[in-house]
Design a binder for this molecule. Structure first.
Ligand code: SAH
Length: 527
């Protein structure tokens, strides 16, 4: 029987191998309920965002320092639970597989602390799956051993029965085996595994930095050394490894492992980063612009006063939609104020932003640029009409100019400005120094701010990273400032820029760059 004098509890949660999608639903539920999250270096720190109000305690390795001693972690878990807290102990993979979860659970039981165990996707299973290696297959093997390859020189690994491991046709999966790889390979061969047995080493499995090396038992040590492949890695040994060639699916996508700089505003970068991740890329977030209100609302407020006499409202970005409608509300109005006004949206994204707020645009041009709006309205007939065009501070004057020339009265108040976010300079430096495969510019102002920060060194600082642009205005800005654009999106959307990159890298057929920081883990900080 478990004593429980208070409501505190420890959830020993398997956080999975790295890909944040590989935690269980139950694990996520428990995590969201937590008052305290205790995590280590194998658990994706992105999970902390699921418990933003909880106390976060890191007990893993940090540069040069060792793990928090296990006894200390045990005591910490018990102490927090005794205070009545819900403690989420996030562990990489599965908590009861080579993760000392068993020790933590025993200690908690001895202390009379209530606990629950949430299994996780263990690194061995995940690494094999993401490398395209079925661990069992009818044609090759029906059995599987999970083995700790952790070096314990005093024991000479005596707990492992090498002759048994070597003799069967088992698939062998070694955890923590990299330091000991030479011993593992040597003992297996000495006990009868054929030297030609296929081996795969999978490092940082399931993350955009997954690396996989395949070899034979008799050359794996040398090849791993040459490839400088170190821990944390899973070693899979057995005939099933040959299936990778046929079943590889994760690390052969065109953007896999590519480090791609995302420069758009932080609150708009999420969708772009998700899209890049879906294609296997490693999005590196460094917003070079931030959307802020105008210096004064006076102009826009005046325009709002005149809404009843306004015939046409032109919106040329999702930002304009968001800010215009927020201001409408702030000034005591609601959607009814737009009654009778024809609404023009420049393209599908702007239209979607309107729809999300319960408004359907009346007109969308075929060409999703200012030029398209102008052509459309000319056809529509605007002589004598009053047009409201809430715009960005630095927007081109094409729309007001052309509309006035066509006989309309145009009011174009500044609705928002784009500024350089604070603290961007050191952040951009760090990202550039980490090594990039690509830089994406999603508006002329992202290009301008990039050039402002990098100065005449811009080209050199890119050190070969390919530049991608979302559309003609952005490309023009980049070229004006001396950058070479590798490819431009066909339509001005993030989906199209991803397609442009995919095509480019398929053609380039080059290997992605590695992070040049030797201490870097696989986790890209979430922005
Ligand atoms: N409880 C964990 C294992 C912890 S032991 C689990 O079930 O997965 C630590 C070892 O796990 C590492 O030395 C490495 O062999 C393996 N490992 C953990 N995460 C990994 C990853 N993303 N890629 C490759 N190996 C990983």
């Amino acid at each position: 029987m478990q004593k429980s004098g208070n409501s505190g509890i420890v959830y020993l949660i398997g956080a999975g191998p790295g890909d944040p999608g590989l935690i269980t639903v139950r694990g996520l539920e428990c995590l969201r309920r937590a008052d305290v999250v205790v995590y280590d270096y194998l658990a994706n720190p992105g999970f902390l965002a699921e418990a933003p109000k909880a106390e976060h305690i890191y007990v893993g390795k940090s540069r040069g320092r060792h793990h928090t001693p296990q006894e200390q972690i045990n005591v910490l878990l018990a102490e927090k639970a005794r205070l009545g807290k819900v403690v989420a102990r996030l562990k990489g993979g599965d908590p009861f597989l080579f993760g000392r979860g068993g020790e933590e659970a025993r200690f908690l039981r001895q202390e009379g602390i209530h606990f629950e165990v949430v299994p996780g996707v263990t690194a061995g299973f995940a690494a094999a799956a993401y490398a395209g290696i079925p661990l069992t297959h009818r044609d090759f093997t029906a059995t599987l051993s999970l083995v700790s390859g952790h070096e314990d020189p005093s024991r000479k690994m005596s707990r492992i029965d090498w002759s048994k491991l070597a003799s069967g046709g088992d698939t062998l999966v070694f955890y923590m085996g990299m330091t000991n790889l030479p011993v593992i390979a040597e003992r297996l061969m000495a006990h009868g595994r054929p030297p030609g047995t296929p081996v795969a080493i999978i490092r940082w499995a399931t993350t955009p930095r997954q690396e996989t090396l395949t070899a034979r038992l008799d050359d794996v040590v040398e090849r791993a050394r040459n490839a400088q492949i170190g821990p944390p890695a899973i070693i899979v040994i057995g005939e099933v490894v040959t299936l990778r060639e046929e079943l590889r699916w994760f690390d052969n996508r065109p953007l896999f492992g590519r480090r791609i700089l995302v420069t758009r505003a932080a609150d708009q970068a999420g969708d772009f980063c998700d899209l890049l991740r879906q294609e296997g890329a490693d999005p590196i977030l460094c917003p070079l612009i931030e959307i802020v209100p105008p210096q004064s609302w006076e102009e826009l407020d005046e325009a709002l006063e005149r809404l009843p006499e306004t015939d046409i409202l032109v919106l040329t970005s999702a930002n304009a939609v968001r800010i215009f409608l927020a201001r409408l509300r702030e000034t005591g109005r609601d959607l009814r104020a737009l009654h009778g006004t024809t609404i023009v949206a420049v393209g599908p994204k702007t239209a979607a932003a309107l729809e999300a707020l319960g408004l359907s645009p009346d007109l969308i041009p075929e060409n999703h640029h200012a030029e398209g709006v102008v052509n459309l309205l000319r056809k529509h007939g605007i002589a004598g009409r009053r047009i409201l065009y809430p715009r960005a501070e630095l927007a081109r004057d094409l729309i007001p100019r052309e509309m006035e020339a066509a006989g309309a009265e145009v009011i174009s108040p500044i609705a928002y400005r784009t500024v350089l976010p604070e603290g961007t300079d050191p952040l951009l430096n760090e990202k550039l120094e980490g090594g990039l495969d690509a830089v994406t510019f999603t508006s002329p102002s992202t290009v301008e701010n990039f050039m402002h920060l990098t100065g005449p060194q811009a080209r050199k600082r890119l050190s070969g990273a390919a530049v991608f642009s979302i559309g003609p205005q952005t490309t023009a800005a980049a070229m004006r400032l001396g950058l070479t654009v590798a490819a431009e999106a066909e339509s001005s959307t993030i989906e199209a820029i991803v397609i442009a990159m995919t095509d480019y890298f398929l053609e380039a057929n080059s290997a992605p760059r590695k992070n040049s920081n030797p201490n870097a883990g696989p986790w890209t900080p979430q922005g």
